[in-house]
Design a protein around this ligand. Sequence first.
Ligand code: AMP
Ligand code: MG
Length: 365
Amino acid sequence: MSRFPPQPKILRMTRRTKHIAAVIAATCIALALLASALTGNQVQVDSGYRLAMGTFARIIAVAPNEAVAQKSIDAGFSRQKRVEELMSVYIPESELNRVNAKAHQHPVRVHPMTFEVIERAVEWSRKSNGAFDVTIGPLVELWRNAGDANQPPSAEQLAEARTRIGYDKLILDANQLTVQFTAPGMKLDLGGIAKGYAIDQSVKAMRSAGASAGMVDIGGDISCFGSPAEGRKHWRIGLQDPSRADLNMAESANLLVLQFATPSNDAIAVTTSGNYQRFTVIEGRRHSHIIDSESGQSSDALASVTIIAPDATAADALATAVSVLGAEEGLRLIENTPEAEGILISSSDVKRLIKSSGVGQYIKQ
Ligand code: AMP
Ligand code: MG
């Protein structure tokens, strides 16, 4: 089951792909120690894929020795677990569910990490003019139930859910770390941003534990920092062809390869949102898990949106926002965000890549 709406290069699993994924995961774990290659005086350890945040996650750590590399991998995964426990709507006792249940009755005090993510989410709700909307919860729930019932929501249901949505109906108190709703039935959903935050937090935790470089991958959203070991200059990440998502991790399913040289203090993140990754089928029609709060409908114009930015939290929110905005307005938002670049693929022509002006520097020729 998916806790945070995942990005599933690897997901969308049939029983067969589940089996293959399990074998790959087991093999990766078994090979992890063998693969800890001694490079100069740096060691690189690969965790292999593990279940985290409702999807598959993997951490590669480069450190002066294997013990430090392992410690930083553990630190990264434990930070992901903490973020999930606080912010998942799929964990009944999560802090976010407590907020959703009580914040209309009184201000609810939250953990500083939860507050930070909600604040960042509101910031992106504003920047995207509500395309990203942290209060999208009622519509997400409505569409999830519609999927279970195999019946699209009615116009009345959509109109009613929309009365409970709007990031301007949220009151945040940064001194008290409280969250309050001004309308009954409101619900926050951090599914479009929390994975990015968990990635940034994992990178921080790894650095504190002594890693000099590394890569964190949560369901295909990735951040890399520092220089890879084995004398390589670049981290390489494949951009998957949305029409061949069933090939999972096969290299042949890549449309192109992105590469990054990240000096020791820099990190770069690549996040992807898309309707090919997670969707609901209702009466034979595919609906993205990303919803436009204005129309109440699923956002299906773009098959995938990939954002490259130093900060994974921003990249995650921006990818979701651009999925709602569509190609033209979405590209404008990317161009207006100096630190971000993007590659968009339209659902109507998955072979045509729509690129932001500065993305070429990251594409391997
Ligand atoms: P991502 O895969 O990062 O694009 O996140 C998609 C998830 O974000 C969905 O599964 C919902 O939990 C949530 N979501 C859906 N629509 C929106 C929206 N318009 N604004 C913010 N979050 C959304
Ligand atoms: Mg997102």
